[in-house]
Design a binder for this molecule. Structure first.
Ligand code: NAD
Length: 372
């Protein structure tokens, strides 16, 4: 066992549904890898989402934010469920907790890796030769652009038109400041340096002024990274290339809405929702979570797949703590467990033998066992 020298403060936000079950496995793996690589973690658990609404009447209690801001990283599972579904705009909703904490922590970069674990290549709906070797990461700008610009809906004379419209008009605004582009693009180049030194910058510079600024700033930053290859690609072409030839991509950087759409498209290359992790980074404490939701349909049954949560622990080690060897150990352990044929129910297909289909805790134990 390595000597423990460093201690990281980690906030745990189990949330709702399968959240508490999967985060327990993330913690189990984090502790096990810490023992092997000479660090430990000090945990503080806090409320977010539906469980916070039940206890405090709000999805993001002040105490949760205080604890999160004082920690080195935040590990989140998932929030939400039918109990808190409402269309009443005056009632609190679980996802307000998520949006609120991202905003309060200033998380402007969202990283979503998409990689094919070779043992799961048959879970993809793509042909095996198309998905083989896919290992890309989407770096999406998270706090600017169309989703945060001025918007309005109003009535006017012209809106009525000639065919009996009631005169409504609406607009949304896409706006970017140079510094917002600079910091996300820099993130992409730094990430590429730790990977395969290639950045695809996605825009719509043949039409949009924001995209022309995006491209200009990106090329200026690229000059500081002569070891990284930069490729500009229009967003419509990217949508095609992601399904035609996804293995050409390493780091893909783009603005908020393009990134929202492209990251969902790219995630389906793997075909396994239970395998996708994500990181949201700013200049301070970062947040790590699986890409899937709280899966209320299987909550409490002990069958949820904890691997996306465990892979979000891998990202935390890499991006917040710089514990790259420990992060690699987790990735390799997951790869090995899958190669040995172990599956949670969601990953299993007809060809998998029933004895190798395991529950949430057993999957966590297998990953720990494969660390050595
Ligand atoms: P979901 O991702 O929770 O579930 C979709 C399907 O995938 C379900 O059949 C579920 O059982 C399955 N699934 C998801 N994660 C799994 C896992 N780890 N192991 C095995 N199976 C898994 O999406 P949904 O059903 O649309 O949403 C359920 C709730 O989660 C909603 O309240 C929604 O608002 C919330 N949600 C939260 C987040 C988040 O916290 N980041 C993201 C998406 C949805």
């Amino acid at each position: 066992m390595a000597e423990t020298s460093k201690t990281y403060k980690v906030t745990l936000l189990p949330g709702d549904g399968i959240g508490p079950e999967i985060i327990a496995e993330g913690v189990k793996v984090l502790d096990a890898v810490g023992e092997r690589y000479g660090f430990s973690c000090e945990y503080t658990e806090a409320l977010l989402g539906g469980c916070a609404i039940d206890v405090c009447g709000t999805a993001l209690p002040e105490e949760t934010l205080r604890v999160a801001q004082a920690s080195d990283a935040v590990l989140l599972a998932a929030v939400g469920g039918p109990k808190w579904d409402t269309t009443d705009p005056d009632k609190p909703r679980p996802e307000q907790g998520l949006l609120g904490i991202r905003k309060a922590l200033g998380l402007y970069a969202n990283l979503r890796p998409v990689r094919i674990f070779s043992a799961l290549a048959d879970a993809s709906t793509f042909k095996p030769d198309v998905v083989e070797g896919v290992d890309l990461i989407i770096v999406r700008e998270l706090t600017g652009g169309l989703y945060f610009g001025a918007r309005e809906r109003f009535y006017d004379e012209e809106g009525a038109g000639v065919d009996g419209g009631r005169g409504q008009r609406a607009f949304d605004t896409m706006e970017y400041r140079e510094y917002e582009i600079e910091r996300i693009v820099r993130h992409a180049f730094e990430t590429a340096r730790k990977r395969r030194n290639r950045v695809h910058s996605i825009d719509k510079a043949n039409v949009l002024e924001t995209s022309r600024l995006w491209r200009e700033v990106t090329h200026r930053i690229a000059a500081e990274y002569p070891d990284v290859e930069l490729i500009d690609m229009l967003v419509d072409n990217t949508a095609m290339q992601l399904v035609a030839n996804p293995s050409q991509f390493d780091v893909v950087v783009t603005e908020n809405m393009f990134g929202d759409i492209l990251s969902d498209e790219a995630s389906m290359i793997t075909g396994s929702l239970g395998m996708l992790a994500s990181a949201s980074l700013g200049d301070g404490t970062a947040l790590y979570e699986p890409s899937h939701g709280s899966a209320p349909d299987i909550a409490g049954l002990g069958v949820a797949n904890p691997l996306a949560q465990i892979l979000s622990v891998e990202m935390m080690l890499r991006y917040s703590f710089g514990e790259n060897e420990a992060a690699d150990a987790i990735a390799n352990a997951v790869e090995r467990v899958l190669a040995d044929g172990w599956r949670t129910r969601d990953l299993a297909n007809d060809a998998d033998s029933a004895e190798k289909i395991v529950g949430t805790q057993a999957m966590g134990d297998l990953v720990v066992g494969a660390l050595d």
